[in-house]
Design a binder for this molecule. Structure first.
Ligand SMILES: N[C@@H](CCC[C@H](N)C(=O)O)C(=O)O
Length: 277
């Protein structure tokens, strides 16, 4: 079958976006892995699928697949690309849309300057919600990686994150500790591993080893989780500029019981077709 797709990115976190609003697309994990493959397919960190909603009062359903073929609950940079995609393709003329995801509703809004702000919902900190195997609800918790012990904050932004503070993000052990944290037995659904350097109370530098995709140039939910962790640890004050290797995001959070707001760009790179077996 021939599949029409759009290649997009949010700060270099790149996506293949598919429109399944009119007809379903038969996506197997093998097909996702093929499309995500940078040598034999199109290449992306995540595949995003736009579908018709399954509930009243909602505009679209948003499904997310990691490059390893697994379906996941949430993707922040993808949410910004999602609203630009449905708008540019004429699937809606609303600039503020309500979107159902595997982890609940999010509300992306296209701003007049082309940036996108997404209400990502409230972070969840209860270890059972992350999920994180822990008897304690302390904000900072030790995690053993062989002989090394790191201090992490476990946060769910719909998807699981483990955030640690590092002195210098360029020297952080992202590609060695990242995979060990991702697959750590205390994170039964695996986890995205964030490494945050605090520059000042309104500015961090961040790298994320993403579950199912490896290190990406930026991670939107990772940025939200890092700012939540930094505010809870009294290291940061909202709003916070999050500098990633792919560019900057602005994250605002007024504390427990309130949603996280993420603002940043969404870019269309090209549209094309590919033959699928
Ligand atoms: N790049 C994303 C997150 C994508 C999903 C993540 N890898 C997971 O498995 O939870 C973002 O911008 O949030």
């Amino acid at each position: 079958m021939r599949l029409r797709f759009t290649k997009m990115h949010g700060l270099g976190n790149d996506f293949v976006v598919l429109d399944a609003t009119r007809a379903p697309i038969d996506l197997t994990p093998e097909r996702v892995r093929f499309l995500a493959d940078r040598h034999f397919g199109v290449g992306c960190d995540q595949l995003l699928v736009v579908e018709a909603p399954t509930q009243p009062g909602v505009d679209f359903r948003y499904r997310i697949f990691n490059a390893d073929g697994g379906e996941v609950e949430q993707c922040g940079n993808g949410a910004r690309c999602f609203v630009r995609f449905v708008h540019d393709r004429g699937l809606t003329d609303k600039t503020h849309i309500r979107v159902e995801t595997q982890s609940g509703l999010i509300e992306p809004r296209l701003e007049a300057d082309g940036q996108v702000t997404v209400d990502m919902g409230e972070p969840r900190l209860d270890p059972d919600d992350v999920p994180f195997d822990s008897d304690s609800d302390a904000v900072v918790q030790p995690l053993s990686l062989g002989d090394v012990r790191v201090l992490i904050t476990a946060v769910s932004m719909g998807n699981p994150h483990a955030v640690q503070v590092v002195a210098d993000v360029d020297a952080a052990l992202v590609t060695t500790q990242g995979p060990s944290i991702e697959t750590h037995a205390r994170f039964p659904a695996r986890v995205n591993a964030g490494f945050m350097q605090v520059v000042d109370e309104h500015h961090i530098r961040l790298r994320v080893w993403e579950r199912g995709a490896g290190e990406t140039l930026a991670c939107g939910t990772g940025a939200c989780a890092a700012v939540v962790a930094g505010i809870l640890r009294e290291l940061l004050v909202s709003p916070v500029q999050v500098e990633t290797r792919g560019g900057a995001l602005s994250i605002a959070w007024d504390g427990p019981g309130t949603p996280v707001l993420m603002t940043g760009p969404a870019v269309t790179v090209f549209e094309a077709e590919i033959e699928l077996d």
